[in-house]
Design a binder for this molecule. Sequence first.
Ligand code: SF4
Length: 238
Amino acid sequence: MLDIAVLNELNERFEHASAEEILQWAWETFAPDVATSSSFQTQSVPLLHIISRVCPQMPIIFIDTGFHFPETLAFRDKLQAQFKLNVLTVRPTVTQSELLAQYGEALYRRDPDLCCYINKVQPMQWITARMKVLVAGVRRDQTANRQAMSVLHQPLKGPLQIHPMLNWTKADVQAYRQAHNLPAHPLYARGYVSVGCAPCTRPVFLGEDERAGRWADSDKKECGLHLDWSEEEKKHEQ
Ligand code: SF4
């Protein structure tokens, strides 16, 4: 765990650094105990492309909840082949039939926080248990919660979190994709600007923010992967 003074110093240093610099430092400092998580959507593409150039051996963790659109799985495979990524697909320890038997039909509708905890947070905790660093492509312009994030964050539980894309904007993502002629998720053209699990994602309409199609029928904004895991544990394991 990094000392708070060191953490503050690094955050000052990296606040205006490029994603390339941050990733290079993370890999050189922590390899092989560093991985990134990706949901393989359009906005994930620049980070994955930068990793392929700067630290191609870095494992890319994809949590296969079992609820993804088939197009997301196909896009993961396409990017893995195109960028030669070191993708690590991880599944929940609870199968869908066990989930059904224990919690009944459509847990994602009745208690999406618990569903995300079982299908996303727990498998991520398991796979990163011995890792020192987890990189994520979150951006400040996405949600109010993300606005308050720092480039490096040491949570009470889990690996050090590094956010190399934190200061990128939606326009930066677009410009990078265009400059490097990079593909979009197959559902992007149909309005799926931000893509998560199929039952919890709808297309975004004109004028809405890019994450408006996620858990659109509830006030849920985050799946929990980018929240404090110890808080998530307390909430769901009482
Ligand atoms: S996004 Fe929806 S289906 Fe996926 S884990 Fe969360 S609640 Fe369940």
